[in-house]
Design a protein. Structure first.
Length: 274
């Protein structure tokens, strides 16, 4: 992260009225590089946010021709889902605010062991204000409840937390743009840091890219454990992809991924999936 990015984040949080940041969530890495895995159980500490430093003079550095997504890496001390929602307010921080009806924040258990992250709200979600309530959402519910029931595992959709990379519906359901994902990603980062789940499931390529900054496709990444800031993460297909009739094989693979995920999440003897 560059000094200018740090300055921008500090100013952003100061604008939100946040006065202290959690240093244990502030890894040191260069922009564009994948987030490192932190050493286990860091001792949390915090620092006050200093008065905003004057912006350095503009330097005409040519922008790298890259579409990499780098989520911010600062979380306020004592963050909660309610506080994050309050900070989002009637958000107009990116262009998606112009066409949305609702801000679709997320739903589920604040202390969930498992968080599902999708791409962004669709028409039904925009209408109702909740994530995954349309056809893809119904399939996700079936996938969670059905897979767990088949293996006699005590897990239902309401035990999980479900949210998206962007909180407002992209027009015509297009893929969110990199800058929209970066801006709204601040809230996703804070949601995940506040919940601290045992595992995360990235649904589809956009969520995988936002969280892992990987160029790999879902087909290559799925089924294998990845890490997001030390938290085990599984990538699998987005339910809307599985709704297409010809994706029978992908459906079987998604069910396999969920079984692996659920068995790890519910096994209290396992702190690491590998
Ligand atoms: S998508 Fe996120 S950042 Fe953009 S307007 Fe909606 S809540 Fe704000």
């Amino acid at each position: 992260m560059t000094a200018e990015q740090v300055r921008q984040y500090l100013e952003y949080y100061k604008d939100l009225g946040i006065t202290h940041l959690n240093l244990s969530s502030m890894p040191v890495f260069t922009a564009g590089a994948p987030a490192p895995v932190p050493s286990p159980a860091p001792v949390p500490s915090s620092v006050p946010i200093p008065a905003a430093a004057p912006a350095p003079k503009a330097i005409s550095t040519p922008k790298a021709p890259t579409m990499e997504i780098v989520l911010p890496t600062l979380a306020p001390v004592g963050d909660t889902l309610a506080k994050i929602r309050e900070d989002i307010g009637d958000c107009k921080r990116c262009g998606l605010c112009k066409t949305r009806k609702s801000i679709v924040y997320g739903s589920g258990d604040e202390r969930a062991r498992l968080v599902f992250v999708g791409e962004g709200p669709g028409a039904d979600e925009d209408e109702q204000g909740f994530p995954f309530v349309g056809r893809a959402g119904q399939l996700l519910t079936q996938m969670i409840d059905g897979t767990a029931a088949k293996d006699s595992l005590p897990l239902r959709r309401e035990d999980c937390y479900i949210c998206n990379v962007v909180k407002c519906r992209p027009p015509e359901n297009r893929t969110p743009l990199p800058d929209e994902m970066e801006i709204c990603g601040q809230f996703l980062f804070r949601q995940l840091m506040a919940i601290q789940p045992k595992a995360i499931c990235a649904l589809g390529a956009t969520a995988a890219k936002a969280l892992l900054n990987s160029k790999e496709g879902v087909t290559k990444m799925r089924g294998n454990w990845q890490r997001w800031h030390g938290i085990p993460l599984m990538v699998t297909y987005h339910p809307s992809y599985l709704l297409r009739a010809y994706n029978v094989e992908a459906k079987k693979e998604a069910w396999t991924d969920l079984r692996k995920l659920f068995h790890f999440v519910l096994d209290d003897t396992k702190v690491d999936p590998e």
